[in-house]
Write a protein that binds this ligand. Structure first.
Ligand code: SF4
Ligand code: SF4
Length: 461
């Protein structure tokens, strides 16, 4: 177990009843503390009163039972490093890197600890200070920083995969074990590929409302989500039109920046944030609609990300407009769908929708509006499926464990279909469905709503 040079296992430094420890000489931090101090307010560490009420909801603690893999343990480690009592050793890195940044601990915490505001800058600083042996590998870096955040590059990269998939070559390669010859990262990416449909037609830049106009909205397309599930973006536009929205797709929009930020590069993430703010504030939209939970959480965090910059005021105006599609529709008052979907459906809460954005009831409300659809409860619906952005590439073993756990719970419901509102969860659960040869279908809730309005709604897996 990683330990701080001062024993903090029974009390915090702010605890008046605790004996005052002898000051210890600061250790070599192994991380840029000045950089971190500009980004983390120290009081955020002090918000944690070490009660441990968060541990039971932490997926990594549930799996390992190790205090250092719990929210409380990680806050201890980060604070000890910040205080100069603990070096950012390989062992500390391992425990912090294993964190999914799912933020289930924030939901569970009665003291309002904003854990994401601690771990996210820490992970950036860890990547910046990593030695060559600790850094993300060059292939992974190339994919995470130069491929995934760029919609057109991902689409281009998927073109040959689409052809090979259609010819059955990928399935054949898999059954013959040839895909094992690929580098690990590529092998995992290949295993996660959903069934790619026809090359989708580009959405027009403006789609008119159906019926009287109730709102003018901008649609945020995302990068990986638009490349992997373009049909879901088309379904989202149709659903919004059905609900009286004029839908605009601003061409200048970019990736939300989450992939760069979570892989440890802050500069390009900030540049993408500024580009999106400028693009979406360029017209008078009532809302900026997002259908991918991870992107929505990142876009809503722009105020914090840019809090030290001259862009802060625009970021605040932008963030006030960002809405998850389910959040927006429920607030607008959704038009009841009329086409029955006789399906048993269970719903998995994407972490960045339920924990980061507090959106739980709205997707369920939309599903329950669909005639013939029966919504079944899912045990541990708020526990991460192991996708967590790019976690399934960087921490494959824990990602696998959580994926299996999620799939066991889904199968136990007896549902025909699992619905979830995030591209990472769709890919992760779809892969598990495929691996098990299960007949369960997977879809975004908006795809189901689209089908219930008479649209085609993407199939997902
Ligand atoms: S529940 Fe909150 S205050 Fe309690 S240990 Fe966890 S993070 Fe700290
Ligand atoms: S973000 Fe998730 S994995 Fe990380 S400490 Fe919190 S609950 Fe655990």
């Amino acid at each position: 177990m990683a330990t701080a040079t001062t024993d903090e296992t029974t009390h915090s430094p702010g605890d008046a009843a605790a004996p005052t420890p002898a000051p210890a000489a600061p250790v070599e931090p192994g991380i840029d503390l000045a950089w971190l101090a500009e980004r983390i307010e120290y009081r955020r560490f002090q918000d944690c009163v070490h009660c441990g009420l968060c541990t039971a909801s932490c997926p990594t603690y549930i799996e390992t039972g190790n205090e250092n893999d719990s929210p409380r343990g990680r806050i201890y480690l980060m604070r000890a490093v910040t205080d100069g009592r603990l070096r950012m050793s390989d062992e500390v890195r391992t425990h912090l890197n294993l964190c999914l940044d799912c933020r289930a601990c924030e939901t569970a915490c009665p003291s309002g600890v904003q854990y994401g505001r601690l771990i996210e800058p820490f992970k950036v600083a860890m990547e910046q200070s990593a030695s060559p042996g600790q850094k993300t590998g060059p292939l992974q870096r190339l994919i995470l920083r130069h491929l995934f955040p760029y919609r057109r590059r991902v689409k281009l990269a998927l073109a040959p995969a689409r052809v090979l998939q259609r010819l059955g070559v990928l399935d054949l390669g898999e059954s013959l074990g040839l895909t094992k010859l690929l580098p690990t990262t590529l092998r995992r990416m290949q295993a996660m590929l959903p069934t790619l449909g026809e090359s989708p037609r580009k959405l027009p830049s403006v789609l008119p409302p159906i019926g009287p106009r109730r709102a003018k909205v901008a649609l945020f397309l995302g990068c990986v989500s638009d490349a992997m599930y373009p049909e879901t973006n088309a379904a989202t536009a149709r659903v919004l039109q059905q609900n009286g929205c004029e839908v605009v797709i601003p061409p200048g929009q970019a990736c939300c920046g989450a992939i760069h930020y979570h892989s440890g590069v802050e500069g390009p993430a900030l540049a993408l944030a500024r580009q999106n703010i400028e693009t979406f504030l360029g017209d008078d939209f009532d809302a900026v609609i997002v259908n991918a939970a991870g992107c929505g959480a990142m876009l809503k965090d722009y105020t914090h990300l840019l809090h030290n910059t001259e862009t802060r005021a625009s970021a605040e105006r932008f963030v006030a407009k960002v809405k998850d599609v389910s959040e927006f529709l429920v607030a607008l008052g959704p038009v009841p769908p009329t086409h029955p979907l006789p399906l048993k459906v269970t719903y998995h809460d994407a972490c960045h929708l339920c924990h980061a954005q507090g959106i739980r009831s709205q997707p369920r409300q939309l599903l329950e509006m669909i005639p013939g659809l029966e919504l079944l409860p899912l045990e541990e619906s708020e526990i991460c499926c192991g996708a967590a952005g790019t976690y399934n590439l960087t921490q494959p073993e824990m990602s696998e464990r959580l994926g299996r756990r999620k799939m066991d719970r889904i199968e136990a419901t007896g549902a025909d279909l699992v619905a979830t509102g995030n591209v990472g969860c769709l890919l992760q659960i779809a892969r598990k469905i495929k691996e098990r040869g299960s007949k369960i279908e997977i879809a975004h809730p908006i795809d189901l709503l689209d089908r219930a309005y008479g649209g085609t709604g993407a199939k997902g897996a």
